[in-house]
Write a protein that binds this ligand. Sequence first.
Ligand SMILES: NC(=O)c1ccc[n+]([C@@H]2O[C@H](COP(=O)([O-])OP(=O)(O)OC[C@H]3O[C@@H](n4cnc5c(N)ncnc54)[C@H](OP(=O)(O)O)[C@@H]3O)[C@@H](O)[C@H]2O)c1
Length: 209
Amino acid sequence: MKVLVIGAGNMGSAFVKQISAAGHEVSVTARDTSKAATLAAQYPGVKAVTSASAAEGKDLVILATGYADAVTALQSVGNLQGKVVVDITNPLTADYMGLTLGHNTSASEEIAKAIPGAHVVKAFNTLFAQVLAQGATLADGNKATVFYAGDSEPAKQSVKALAESLGFATADAGGLKNARYLEPLAGLNIYFGYGAGRGTGIAPTWVGA
Ligand SMILES: NC(=O)c1ccc[n+]([C@@H]2O[C@H](COP(=O)([O-])OP(=O)(O)OC[C@H]3O[C@@H](n4cnc5c(N)ncnc54)[C@H](OP(=O)(O)O)[C@@H]3O)[C@@H](O)[C@H]2O)c1
């Protein structure tokens, strides 16, 4: 797959590492071009690109900025009509202990409204950057799960295929509206990781038939 990663922070760096290691063609763009260049230089074949037209020719665009920067970042990469856009954002309060929206909408739905014609899929938002960077198998031997939710079946299949190529278990979480559940699930994960002191090597999963 040809993948564009927007953002060179914790999650963007982990995506670039894992997606390039899995053999995909990765480009990365960042607000500060030197950060994208420094990140790209660490992995063979990864290209740092400027934002203008960066989405052109890509199969999948991963949004790895904060929620507040999401729309600006997406609108900077060119035409997103028909593109699969993976929204990993969690709309967190400043203290990371709450969400700024939910119940009757979600970050994903608000982002989708701003880029009509793109196929937004919520995914990877329940994984800590540490888990993404270290790989799918956790310290206790369990595989972390990537939940994905979206309204386009082909777009969801692309995201599932990407997650599986990185070694993750996957779970179809339904339509994009269910981002309203996935974002609070990430909030609970953050509570377990930081509030309850379990650390950032954990991830939510589902068990049973
Ligand atoms: N960290 C986690 O464990 C984790 C887990 C699950 C989901 N998430 C979600 O993933 C997203 C990224 O989190 P993070 O921890 O990676 O944050 P981060 O380290 O702050 O990285 C965000 C990056 O986005 C860049 N950025 C901002 N506006 C941009 C634009 N217009 N164009 C290109 N790049 C832009 C920032 O650039 P500057 O460096 O110039 O500010 C920064 O490098 C957030 O929405 C978060 O809720 C994070």
